[in-house]
Design a protein around this ligand. Structure first.
Ligand SMILES: [Zn+2]
Ligand SMILES: [Zn+2]
Length: 126
């Protein structure tokens, strides 16, 4: 576990660490619990920054309903690139106002659907 990494955006685990490629030129954050990975950087710090920025993020109001928790309409879609060809891409919608997130998905369309249906980690545990 690293002190510098925020908890996993997918599963909330704090069992996260920065890994280094065998040639020592690539670094990335990884969640040891669910296997989520952050963006690859060329330094340890960059990997931490990429992880803490939670991949790439764009704002998208078109297809998304306002936040079900606070009604905020300007939502973020996070996008994580796969590190290997056999890893799936991940998308997740977040309300920047209150921090509410829907379930992550492998496609942007699914992530939007989860958001609009109100699927989140709380409801999946019931
Ligand atoms: Zn995780
Ligand atoms: Zn909200």
């Amino acid at each position: 576990m690293s002190e510098k990494l925020i908890p996993c955006p997918f599963c909330g685990s704090t069992d996260t660490d920065v890994l280094r490629s065998t040639d020592g030129v690539k670094f990335w954050g990884r969640c040891e619990t669910c296997g989520a990975v952050g963006g690859v950087g060329s330094t340890d710090e960059e990997a931490v920054n990429n992880w803490n920025r939670r991949g790439t993020t764009k704002q998208d109001d078109r297809a998304l309903l306002p936040c079900p928790k606070c009604g905020y309409p300007h939502l973020l879609i996070h996008h994580w690139e796969p590190r290997h060809e056999d890893e799936a891409e991940s998308y997740q919608v977040e309300c920047p106002e209150c921090g509410y997130v829907a379930l992550p998905a492998n496609t942007e369309a699914d992530a939007i659907e989860y958001w609009n249906r109100g699927d989140d980690n709380d409801s999946s545990e019931l």
